[in-house]
Design a protein around this ligand. Structure first.
Ligand code: GDP
Length: 298
């Protein structure tokens, strides 16, 4: 699947390589270093990573005559160092079952699609999976999740539009427990417009889950849309506050040149990155592999 991952990062890779083009490090004076640092920031890698790469180049860690390719090598190595600390697949290890995965994120981030992809990945590994439509605000969201549940072949517990989300989640855990389900994936509302309401709703879901099992939810996965670039970082900030976040999935990397934001997010928040979305189909979720990504970006 390397080619497809490469496809997923093609635009990001082109942008980064394009931004560094012509910047030869044969003579690393201050203005060249400034230009390199700016090129890295313009590629969404974030100020911290950009500054570290600059320092490393300036320190002369690479004394040999470093042409453009040499810079790319250093960039790639630094990206890998940042990413390998956070690359962490979602472990299915809850006992007793079910493991409850709360999926959060703003509407349009790719939350529903990611839930479907995650379900497909787990079904392929022989886990019993159930979905729960915890976003009761949008009827379309419930319908869309039903379509995906049917397509992937997993049961969905759903209520009616405008129903009590925590009540549906409670019902889903009961059904999942009774039927020996391994993993319950819960969709949640993503209306950031009303932060207070969203916070209350997520808190209520967490309370209900915690009463059934103090370890639950076992995972709170934030879905981020890579095409929003640095905006994704402020979403991490908000959702950390409203819901607590245990890990990230970044979507739509196939359609954007802004995939560098993965590095900025990793550097700034150190949250585990579980997987990445590189397309709209159920099998377009890729494990997140720091080395693969770093090599592709270089
Ligand atoms: P939600 O509102 O957060 O549940 O978002 P959806 O799951 O409905 O996704 C919004 C749109 O983004 C849909 O058209 C999806 O097909 C699309 N989408 C989701 N993930 C990806 C991805 O990884 N790559 C691409 N190209 N499109 C995606």
């Amino acid at each position: 699947w390397h080619d497809r991952l490469l496809g997923g990062f093609r635009k990001t890779s082109d942008r980064l390589i394009g931004n560094l083009a012509g910047l030869s490090a044969a003579r690393l004076d201050d203005s060249t270093l400034d230009e390199i640092e700016e090129a890295l920031i313009a590629s969404d890698l974030g100020p911290q990573t950009a500054a570290r790469i600059r320092t490393r180049l300036a320190d002369g860690a690479y004394e040999r005559n470093m042409e453009e390719l040499g810079i790319r090598l250093v960039v790639s190595e630094e990206i890998e160092k940042v990413l390998e600390k956070v690359a962490q697949p979602l472990e299915i290890d809850a006992f007793p079952r079910p493991q409850v995965i709360l999926v959060i994120g703003v509407n349009g981030s790719g939350k529903t699609t990611t839930i479907a992809k995650l379900a497909k990945t787990l079904v392929d590994q022989d886990y019993g999976v159930m979905l729960c439509a915890g976003d009761t605000f949008r009827a379309a969201a419930i319908g869309q999740l039903q379509t995906w549940a049917d397509r992937v072949g997993v049961p969905l517990v759903r209520g009616s539009e405008g129903g009590d989300a925590a009540g549906i989640v409670f019902e889903a855990v009961k059904q999942a427990t009774a039927t020996g389900i391994d993993v319950l994936i819960v969709d949640t509302a993503g209306r950031l417009q009303n932060k207070r309401e969203l916070m209350d709703e997520l808190a209520k879901i967490r309370r209900v889950l915690g009463r059934l099992n103090p370890e639950s939810p076992h995972d709170v996965v934030l879905v981020l849309d890579a095409t929003t670039g640095q905006n994704a970082l402020s979403q991490i900030e908000v959702f950390k506050e409203v819901a607590g976040v245990t890990g990230l999935v970044m979507t739509k990397l196939d359609g954007t040149a802004r995939g560098g934001v993965l590095v900025a997010a990793a550097e700034k928040y150190r949250l585990p990155i579980h997987a990445i979305g590189v397309g709209e189909q159920a099998d377009d979720l890729r494990p997140f592999d720091a080395n693969e990504v770093a090599r592709i970006i270089s």
